[in-house]
Design a protein around this ligand. Structure first.
Ligand SMILES: Nc1nc2c(c(=O)[nH]1)N[C@H]1C(S)=C(S)[C@@H](COP(=O)(O)O)O[C@H]1N2
Ligand SMILES: [Mo]
Length: 398
């Protein structure tokens, strides 16, 4: 040993078995290297193909997610049409279905690339280190989005944070890191997307094609098993669909009157609908509302959580209520529920929607059930379920 031996060499010599020693050779033999994973699933041709489909799923999910966010928190420039009435139902259905499809695709892709964890040297250069770090961020963000989305769909809020804000913020993180990842990998992707060959057929395991086919099949099964929640045609064949047509009048209930603690106020004979326009307030009893001309329309409830269902709603058009209060149709309207607490106790209807919206009193020919919003609720075309306020007692002309 000499004194001019560099410090890091000295540390290494003390901590690691000497080069060429039996222990060093043993460690070298048992520790896997990237090259040891020769299975067809780990080939870049497979990784790239999964990446393309995952990219498509993420893109659809991101775009429809941004839309849903914009509808719920509209920036000044944003206009969402009231027709076709099923538009939001379709975009949110695509959001949830593409998110579900991304789960098996992401798992397969992680399986395909995990040998890279054993690539040596671990870090080659600063750009290489940054690239690996960005993949960590990407995987974490993608996993977070899919997991929280899935729990949300199951209406299982296990966490302490406010779901929409976190899901939205992390979506940007995921989108940014995916973009970076694709840009960095573009040369590899272009090379890998060439013809799918089986140059080293592995008789023990799956072929590349078979691995891809299995993944696509799993993705298809996941989609079909759940899509019935929002695609009426699939309802009968969707065993895992998380909402069915159970509930009063054949429509699911999201939050019951009991949970919202509104039963007493909603059933009270003193209930009145207050229409506030400037300093003037008009109060209508249920009997007076029922005596007004009624309109019936076939409109869907499309929950952000992924289920949607169409029903026949009967009630008073919001424009008629505005006229009664002495206001024209081109006003925003704020509805307030009897519910004292809760994120969904109020909603604001943009002017694009006043004409098509009902304050509904009846559902599928029956008087509205308490759990569906008795005495009256908002039913607007092409809007997220969270904005279809139940147990309404006040309407403000803005
Ligand atoms: N006051 C109030 N209205 C509400 C809610 C709520 O929690 N409170 N939930 C909303 C949500 S998330 C949905 S999807 C629809 C569901 O309506 P339904 O329970 O009649 O099917 O009601 C909406 N209206
Ligand atoms: Mo909802």
């Amino acid at each position: 040993m000499t004194d001019d031996e560099p410090r890091h060499q000295r540390v290494k010599r003390r901590l690691l078995p000497a080069e060429g020693s039996r222990l060093a050779r043993l460690i070298d033999r048992v520790q896997p290297r990237e090259e040891d994973f020769r299975g067809p699933a780990h080939h870049e041709k497979v990784t790239a193909r999964l990446g393309v489909w995952l990219g498509v799923a993420f893109l659809l999910c991101f775009a429809t997610g941004l839309l849903s966010h914009a509808i719920q928190k509209p920036p000044g420039w944003f206009v969402w049409p009231a027709a076709p009435v099923n538009l939001y139902r379709v975009t949110q259905g695509v959001h949830v279905i593409s998110g579900i499809a991304a789960i098996p695709l992401l798992l397969a892709k992680l399986w395909s690339v995990y040998p890279k964890l054993f690539s040596r040297p671990l870090i080659r250069s600063l750009p290489h280190a940054l690239e690996r770090l960005s993949i960590l961020v990407l995987s974490g963000a993608a996993f977070f989005e899919l997991a929280t989305g899935l729990f949300n769909v199951a209406q299982n809020y296990l966490w302490g944070f406010y779901f929409p804000a976190a899901h939205y913020a992390v979506a940007w993180l995921a989108a940014g890191s995916i973009l970076l990842h694709v840009a960095v990998k573009l040369p590899v992707i272009r090379r890998a997307l060439g013809r799918l060959t089986e140059d080293e057929p592995d008789r023990r395991g799956l072929s590349r094609r078979a691995f891809l086919r299995t993944t696509y099949l799993a993705t298809g099964v996941a989609v079909v098993a759940t899509a019935g929640a929002t695609v009426p045609l699939l309802r009968e064949v969707s065993p895992l669909s998380w909402r069915s047509d159970r509930g009063p009048a054949g429509l699911p209930v999201n939050r019951t009157a009991g949970a919202a603690r509104v039963t007493e106020l909603a059933m009270s004979p003193d209930w009145r609908l207050e229409i506030v326009h400037g300093t003037r307030t008009t109060a209508l009893s249920l009997a007076e509302l029922e005596a007004l001309p009624q309109t019936t329309a076939e409109l869907p409830i499309a929950c952000v959580e992924g289920w949607s269902q169409s029903a026949s709603w009967t009630g008073v058009p919001v424009v008629d209520l505005l006229r009664l209060a002495g206001a024209g149709p081109d006003h925003e309207v704020r509805f307030t529920s009897l519910e004292q607490k809760g994120a969904y106790r109020t909603s604001t209807l943009p002017t694009t929607h006043t004409r098509g919206t009902l304050l509904a009193l009846r559902l599928n020919g029956e008087r509205l059930a308490l759990d569906h919003g008795f005495p009256c609720r908002v039913i607007a075309p092409s809007r997220p379920g969270v904005l279809q306020t139940k147990w309404v007692h006040r309407l403000e002309v803005l």
